[in-house]
Design a protein. Structure first.
Length: 228
């Protein structure tokens, strides 16, 4: 069974990958796969997809993992660790600071957060999801009408078809576009490392009623984890 610190780290991994999948879908680039793997002393999460929108929107889709994890910790009454988070390898020419700012705003949207939590809960029950399953979960939410996403800052030179529209950002439909832009998110999404972090809880954790938090107290069938 997870210790309290390990449950929090597992929850972070679920939220990080679910947030990236949710916002990628919102921006018109549904992912092909998401997963969360649990081992004896590690947890890894990741995503795979091919990006065909603007690089600034991609930067936001990568930053929301961190923003979502921070919101999750805040909901538990915790703070992010003081250690420097792993740098995200953004495409050239993007504005990372703006992407982080937009990511925080987007993850603060109630619809985006509800969709992210629903996807995280599904991942908790089923450790990997394919494109159709991801879309099946997210299609229940009106993500096409998320104001912070519509207001996200992108360079003026970004073509109109790559800006946010009434149905989210729609990628171009040129038949060879993906071949010209082979950008895989799994080359960017880092493993969610899970070394125990003593003192992190600080006695400030609150009991949550959300289904996800209740499930974080249990291991997936067939998985085992030991503390350090």
């Amino acid at each position: 069974m997870f210790s309290r610190d390990e449950r929090v780290e597992y929850g972070e991994a679920l939220i990080e990958v679910a947030a990236r999948a949710t916002v990628s879908h919102l921006f018109g680039n549904p992912l092909d796969k998401t997963w969360v793997d649990v081992g004896d002393d590690w947890i890894r999460s990741g995503a795979r997809g091919r990006w065909s929108g603007s690089d600034q929107h991609l930067a936001i889709a990568l930053e929301v993992g961190r923003a979502g994890a921070h919101r999750y910790l805040d909901d538990l009454g915790l703070r992010p660790t003081d250690t420097q988070p792993a740098a995200i390898d953004h495409p050239n020419g993007v504005n990372p600071e703006q992407a982080r700012e937009d990511a925080v705003k987007i993850m603060g949207d109630p619809t985006v957060w509800e969709a992210t939590m629903a996807l995280a809960e599904r991942l908790d029950r089923q450790p990997d999801l394919n494109r159709a399953e991801i879309i099946g979960v997210l299609s229940r939410f009106p993500l096409h009408d998320v104001r912070p996403a519509r207001e996200a800052v992108v360079p003026a030179k970004v073509p109109e078809k790559l800006r946010y529209g009434p149905n989210g950002v729609q990628p171009p439909h040129h038949p060879t576009h993906q071949d010209r832009l082979p950008f895989h998110l799994d080359d960017i999404v880092r493993e969610a490392e899970t070394a125990s972090r003593p003192g992190r809880m600080g006695g400030r954790a609150r009991t949550g009623a959300a289904a996800l938090r209740e499930r974080l107290g249990r291991m997936r069938p067939g998985a085992r984890r030991t503390g350090q």
